[in-house]
Design a protein around this ligand. Structure first.
Ligand code: FAD
Length: 492
């Protein structure tokens, strides 16, 4: 778009990874962008938690984050490596199993296959690992060519992607795909976790999500120095450089509309006109609470199920544990039982899988435990002490953090209720509405609203799905769709 007086006005609601990405992309295309964030700080769920002057990460490392960031920033005319420093995480992840065994997920397919043969004491496990890595690579190619970096979700069917998934015999869930190849249950647990991350049920999520693991299975894990808070700071700096007006402490109460089209936003009673509105608030809340105008068609959320949530314990210790790597996972003894508790019964599991991020000095830990999405009877003030005790027991029993309770000097906590209250996540869900089922799964909410012209959805709760990298991609897609629609309208 031209940068003259005719440049369109674009509002972005929310300054999470999806909102920042959308704002950067729209501004780079010449839009006059205003970003409204209800909190004083940017970054949403990826903003980190301040504990005793140190910012601890609220998001685990992900293989796709570095490549997606690079592409996003490049598309805005900059280089990510000038904004952020990246480093290789070695080991990628240290795994602690309930049977007392440990395993390091190392970089490179050959090294991993060899390590797995030794760990599982089965030559076949190494061969099947290579086959699984190849499948993930092929699934990634399907996602890249048919699904990612383009507007999707909603009722948009993708017959070509479906056909390719069937050809790859990847028609089931993540768990089914993994277990075709990993015969050792501990290896299966580890691979499922890589493909899904917190909040997602491996036994319900579509096999396409295995594409998420492709970088880590064959290569190294590249992480931004300073974690996701550093990513948020870099993106905020880039947005400002591109001229985005960032209004923090500014909650959008309504999306205005007229004649089936979004026309602006209401912030603190002030009604401001915009040509396009991009919402980084989740789809359920965007449609059920924010949209003021009658929708062209009603938004149906009857079948929508939220993803899972998380409890985060952020700990400052008197003394660190040298045996921890920067990124660790302590696995539940029974993955099926944990999944049933979280996703079926709506309960905190007795024996949760934990992700443990350790600071370089080892004294600061971010510990994430899966939690069910909020249900009416949940009361996290009441539930937290018991779950905190279960997490500390697990840290000691499985991850070997002996005497952890006695070493805690400072502590902060995040519960599903905090995710809902602080960042407006419906039911405290980590990734909005869950995509469940075979092949592509049930569609995620569309980036281009089918209900209100000029409204776009960005973030982990919209296409292409959950996770930090997908949230960034989603923001780019939403801004790209808004820009394309305005250009088409200008030509018509
Ligand atoms: C403890 C924890 C661990 C995690 N671990 C991982 C992991 O290991 N791997 C991974 O990939 N992901 C992980 N995640 C998830 C990841 O952080 C999120 O998927 C991602 O940050 C979501 O970004 P988003 O832009 O979609 O949404 P959000 O971060 O939720 O951003 C939405 C923003 O919109 C703002 N907002 C909402 N409503 C309004 C309104 N009306 N007006 C103005 N502003 C509004 C909110 O305040 C928020 O800042 C984790 C998250 C948490 C909390």
């Amino acid at each position: 778009m031209d940068s003259s007086q005719n440049a369109p006005f674009t509002a972005v609601i929310g300054g999470g990874l999806g909102g920042l990405s959308a704002a950067i992309t729209a501004a780079a295309r010449g839009h006059r962008v205003t970003l409204f964030e209800k909190n004083e700080g940017l970054g949403g769920k990826a903003s980190g938690i301040e504990l005793e002057g140190i910012r601890l990460d609220t998001c685990g490392p992900e293989g796709d984050l570095a490549p997606v960031l690079r592409r996003l920033v490049r598309s805005a005319g900059y280089r990510a490596d000038e904004l952020l420093e990246f480093e290789k995480s070695e080991p990628q992840q240290r795994c602690f199993f309930a049977d007392g065994e440990r395993f390091d997920l190392v970089g490179g397919e050959d090294a991993m296959a060899e390590a797995l043969i030794e760990f599982a004491n089965d030559f076949g496990e190494g061969i099947r690992y290579r086959q699984f890595a190849a499948l993930c690579e092929q699934l990634h190619a399907v996602a890249r060519d048919r699904y990612h970096w383009r507007a999707g979700g909603g009722s948009i069917a993708n017959p070509a992607a479906r056909a390719e998934l069937l050809r790859l015999r990847a028609g089931g869930s993540v768990a089914q795909s993994v277990r075709r190849f990993a015969h050792d249950p501990r290896v299966a647990q580890m691979l499922e976790r890589l493909c899904t991350g917190p909040g997602i049920a491996a036994d319900h999520a579509p096999a396409l999500l295995c594409s998420r693991a492709h970088t880590q299975l064959r290569g190294a894990l590249e992480v931004p120095v300073g974690g996701t808070p550093a990513v948020v700071a870099a993106l905020a700096q880039l947005a400002r450089e591109l001229g985005v007006e960032i209004c923090t402490g500014s909650e959008v109460s309504h999306i205005l509309g007229y004649g089936g089209r979004a026309t602006g936003v209401d912030v603190g009673g002030q009604r401001i006109a915009f040509d396009s509105v991009i919402s980084n608030c989740d789809a359920l809340r965007t449609y059920s609470e924010l949209v003021e105008a009658p929708l062209k068609r009603p938004f149906r959320a009857a079948r929508a199920e939220p993803t899972g949530s998380v409890v985060g314990l952020f700990l400052r210790l008197s003394e660190g544990y040298p045996h921890l790597a920067p990124n660790n996972v302590a696995f539940a003894a029974d993955a099926a039982e944990e999944s049933r508790a979280l996703f079926q019964d709506g309960q905190a599991p007795d024996d949760p899988t934990l992700q443990i991020l350790a600071s370089p000095d080892g004294r600061s830990l971010s510990v994430f435990a899966g939690a069910p999405a909020l249900r009416p009877h949940h009361d996290w003030e009441r539930q937290l002490p018991a779950y905190r005790a279960a997490v500390l027991t697990k840290l000691q029993a499985t991850a070997g953090l002996d005497g952890i309770a006695g070493r805690i000097e400072g502590e902060a906590v995040l519960t599903p209720a905090d995710l809902a209250g602080r960042w407006g996540a419906s039911a405290g869900a980590l990734g909005g509405i869950a995509s469940r089922g075979a092949l592509l799964g049930s569609p995620t909410p569309a980036n281009r609203s089918p209900y209100l012209d000029g409204l776009y959805l960005a973030g982990a709760g919209a296409h292409p799905g959950p996770g930090a990298a997908a949230a960034l991609m989603s923001g780019w897609i939403a801004a790209d769709a808004a820009d394309a629609d305005l250009r088409a309208a200008a030509v018509a």
